[in-house]
Ligand binder design. Structure first.
Ligand SMILES: [Zn+2]
Length: 216
């Protein structure tokens, strides 16, 4: 029999005596009234780019779905299993979330995999290979550009992928309708894990820039 990881038990103890204690009333209130998160974030599974940490959000604030390379597949109502689409449906239709952020990050392994389609699959299922094929058209065009270094290709696809996910978000009728009515806003963000820099997407041009920090 294996024991539950000690690191997690210790972390839980710290949480209970620290954050939970400080926010006990908030947790109780959230349990009674339910969650009303202000933002949905679609982020990567990468352990270095947790959105709640980067945006300093507490319990009940942020509805987060994470998958490899923060991808949103296009709207596809069929019998397949669509985890990200299910989370999106719940966020928009049930929680009435009106801000969605697609958050990418630097040195993303999923994006790296998309740029290396001939890599040996990690398992016979090649789930990552199939998943990042959502980016294949863009990845192919970037690969074809001999002007870019491998580092430039990586960052370019990390950012193009955010725009790609946003375009796919708009294929969902509920998202499209709410956005057209001005009731839903969609944003892009890219977090550089090595420097801590946050870049956000200009919703008109799709370019990324560093936002001004009001508290600085
Ligand atoms: Zn990643």
């Amino acid at each position: 029999m294996s024991t539950f990881p000690t690191r997690l038990i210790e972390g839980y103890q710290t949480f209970m005596s620290g954050r939970y204690l400080a926010e006990k009333n908030r947790y109780r209130q959230l349990a009674e009234t339910g969650q009303e998160p202000h933002t949905m974030v679609i982020a990567c599974c990468d352990s270095r780019s947790a959105p709640e940490t980067v945006f300093d959000c507490g319990p009940g604030e942020m509805f987060v779905v994470r998958n490899v390379a923060n991808l949103v597949p296009p709207y596809q109502p069929d019998d397949n299993l669509h985890a990200t689409s299910a989370a999106l449906e719940f966020a928009v239709q049930s929680l009435k979330i009106r801000q969605i952020v697609v958050m990418g990050h630097g040195r993303c392994g999923g994006i790296k995999a998309a740029l290396d389609p001939d890599a040996t699959p990690l398992s016979p299922g090649d789930f990552i290979g199939h998943w990042v094929r959502l980016l294949k058209p863009a990845a192919q065009q970037i690969q074809d550009s001999q002007l870019l270094t491998s580092g430039e290709r990586q960052i370019a696809l990390e950012r193009i992928s955010i725009r790609n996910s946003i375009a796919n978000l708009r294929t969902f009728p509920c998202v499209k309708i709410l956005e057209e009515r001005g009731k839903l806003q969609i944003h892009g963000a890219w977090f550089d894990i090595s420097t801590g820099e946050l870049w956000v997407m200009d919703t008109q041009s799709g370019d990324f820039y560093r936002p001004e920090l009001p508290l600085a």
